[in-house]
Design a protein around this ligand. Sequence first.
Ligand code: M6R
Length: 366
Amino acid sequence: EKGGFEHFMLKEIYEQPKAIRDTLTGRISKDNKEVIYEELGWEPADVASIDRILITACGTAYHAGLVAKYYIEQLARIPVEVDIASEYRYRNPLTDKNTLAIVISQSGETSDTLAALKEAKRLGARSLAVTNVVGSSISREADQVIYTWAGPEIAVASTKAYTTQLVALLLLAVYLGQLNGKLDASLREQILTDLHELPNLCNEIFESVDDIKAFARNYGFREDAFFLGRSIDYAVAMEGSLKLKEISYIHAEAYAGGELKHGTLALIEEGVPVIALATQDDVREKMMSNVKEVKARDAVVIGLGLAGDTELEKYVDHTIFVPRADKYAAPILAVVPLQLLAYYAAITRGADVDKPRNLAKSVTVE
Ligand code: M6R
């Protein structure tokens, strides 16, 4: 049942090209000019009535929501707030009938996410679920549903659910921008054309798995690791950090590059691994100055960037490259080496990868 892989997690990491392809199927017009979300069937007026978007979820799904905020705000210019479901449900939130509430949940059964969905509906919001399980409680409770077609995810650590959530949410951002006229046709076409390529590009990442294994062996016994990023890379850094923590039990933290000086820099000392994400060109220079800051404290920096970035190599100790993609698709690729790094670090430490201590696949109690 593990299809020749040692663990479900590894199998599911390698299933991502197919999961992404399945999630894209039927949702992009043949000429790559439009998103077709038949299950939503919205008209421009449906989008015009949305004042703000609220995204709530837990864990990895919450991290997908953080990326979606960038996608939707950049491509459709609608304000988005993202909240952890267990916070949202108890904070007397400012949600009303002009809010589109999006909940994201692989299982569709997470109790806090379900409760947040009910709360948003009670306050009058329109609701939309992004979930992987047909007929799940959340899919039944929401007004509308977008399915990620990742297939069953067995390992506790979420991998293919996350990447397909990003794909579904990027499509949603383009769909919103296409309906409200905020996204110009040429950028739309470029994003959709690139999305088509994503499964193949994702496959290419697996060719550099030996390097990732070596990093895991070298740094897998350290007790701390830091992930740094800016903009979308920061959201992906948070997911990379969660992956490492949950299965390898290494203490990991994700930091927005600009926050280093406001605290974390105190923790950086000789030999501490810092994984610096650098897929976003518009914040690149700033990111490189953060890399210099941690290098000056003798951290070991692993730069995660786009293929051909010879400049990045000059700043860092080691590099991991993912194939070149546009700024929206690149983070979907960048998370894959981070999943593999977490996996091989856990293996190095002899941890139970598919069933980490104290955690359950589906959290159906508070
Ligand atoms: O099924 P859900 O997407 O609602 O689950 C949410 C979280 O419990 C889940 O993503 C959790 O954080 C994973 N173990 C992360 O790998």
